[in-house]
Design a protein around this ligand. Structure first.
Ligand SMILES: Cc1cc2nc3c(=O)[nH]c(=O)nc-3n(C[C@H](O)[C@H](O)[C@H](O)COP(=O)(O)O)c2cc1C
Length: 384
């Protein structure tokens, strides 16, 4: 049975029909482009974008975990310049007052005792707004730096499940406990202080394989899927099937989110032109090649040929459902996604500050008029 959570300060469980989040500002974001305006994760940019999100009422600010870039040997490439998601989350929590802050951890890179305490600390700093995004392991080269070879796919998720079980026990239990499992041995485990959210911090999982989906439906509160089609009728079926799987198999209700690169301009043509400019004419080819090679090697479900055919989508924003057009077009598409049963989207831009400024000014009021979101008043001074 599902836990009854106490999470009064976490807007992820608030009333907005369509929830929104900011994704990837602890690194370059998800576009793979050589244009000069592409985002750089200076602390100034991180805080500006976090405040743009927080002050407009976004529900989520999500940091990803990546330890090495996409291109072997090119250590200064932007894909490898990523702020640590836990310390990022702590800093962003201090600078914001409402949005949920997501930190991400791969199970093989952080011992569960350390992860449990770091999470509890950030939950306290944020006043109960932390979410933990858990990753089984995705990119072989980064895990090899830890002397932790990428496990076989099913075993990766078994390892993640045990890792998370220990963390959840450390968050909940008031007595010391021993754990002797297939992957971890913990003697007289304990962790204090406890998180503010009870009995545990919410979990996000974005596993794309069948095993990943099963794990997410059993253990996560916020689950991610990639929409396979452009047809809203197919979206509704895919999302309903996902939620039904969680109900049938685990008697759980889960939120289903996806992620979306956004290009908003005053005309549809200008938006399409900008998309082509950054994702085709200025595609970071080496980066996309490295990304495809890495995915083909480790993820399940897509052949090398399929991955190659999607390279423009990867350059545009790592795949995802593109939101390209005028503010009206984007609001229409978001409305269709919500009607299809989607609970939320993580948004990314090439130039986050410019893109979020346009989106917050033009699209947000449209979402409110359509009653997808309630009007939001920032409750603290805006940060310049
Ligand atoms: C929105 C989103 C965020 C993700 N964040 C991370 C991340 O921070 N670090 C990482 O290594 N993988 C990340 N992933 C990858 C997934 O956790 C997962 O490993 C990938 O989708 C492949 O699925 P599979 O593990 O079921 O094969 C993310 C995926 C999505 C869709």
């Amino acid at each position: 049975m599902q836990d009854i959570l106490s999470r009064p300060n976490n807007p992820l469980f608030g009333g907005n029909r369509l929830k929104l989040g900011l994704f990837g500002t602890n690194g370059k974001g998800s576009a793979q482009t050589l244009v000069p305006e592409a985002f750089k994760p200076t602390w100034d940019n991180v805080i500006k974008t976090a405040c743009l999100a927080d002050d407009a009422g976004y529900e989520a600010i999500v940091a990803y975990a990546r330890w090495k870039g996409y291109i072997p040997g090119r250590i200064t490439h932007p894909s490898g310049v990523i702020l640590d998601p836990f310390t990022f989350a702590a800093g962003v929590a201090q600078a914001t007052s409402r949005a949920a802050i997501f930190a991400t951890s791969h199970a093989p890179t952080m011992h569960p005792v350390a992860a449990a305490k770091a999470c509890a600390t950030i939950d306290i700093i944020s006043g109960g707004r932390l979410v933990l995004n858990v990753v089984a392991g995705w990119n072989k080269p980064e895990l090899e730096m830890f002397g932790a070879p990428l496990k076989e796919h099913t075993e990766r998720y078994a390892h993640l499940a045990e890792w998370l079980t220990i963390i959840e026990r450390l968050w909940r239990e008031d007595e010391e406990f021993d754990h002797d499992g297939a992957f971890f041995k913990v003697i007289k485990g304990m962790s204090m202080p406890k998180p503010l959210q009870k009995p545990r911090i919410p979990i996000m999982s974005a596993g794309g394989s069948d095993t990943g989906r099963r794990f997410a439906c059993e253990r996560a509160d916020i689950c991610f899927l990639l929409l396979h089609s452009e047809d809203p009728a197919d979206w509704a079926k895919q999302i309903a099937a996902y939620k039904q799987f969680a109900r049938d198999e685990f008697d759980r209700e889960v939120q289903v989110w996806t992620y979306a690169p956004v290009v908003q301009r005053d005309s549809r043509k200008e938006a399409q032109d900008y998309l082509r400019y950054y994702a085709v004419e200025n595609e970071d080819k080496d980066s996309v090649d490295g990304w495809i090679a890495g995915n083909a090697a480790t993820a399940k479900g897509m052949s090398m040929e399929t991955l190659q055919s999607l390279r423009m989508h990867f350059a545009a924003g790592g795949g995802g459902t593109q939101l390209v057009g005028t503010a009206d077009d984007i609001a229409d598409r978001l409305h269709q996604l919500s009607d299809a049963g989607l609970d939320g989207l993580l948004l990314t831009w090439v130039d986050f500050i410019d893109g979020m400024t346009r989106f917050n000014r033009d699209v947000m009021p449209m979402l409110e008029q359509r009653q997808l979101r309630t009007p939001f008043q920032a409750s603290r001074k805006l940060v310049a």
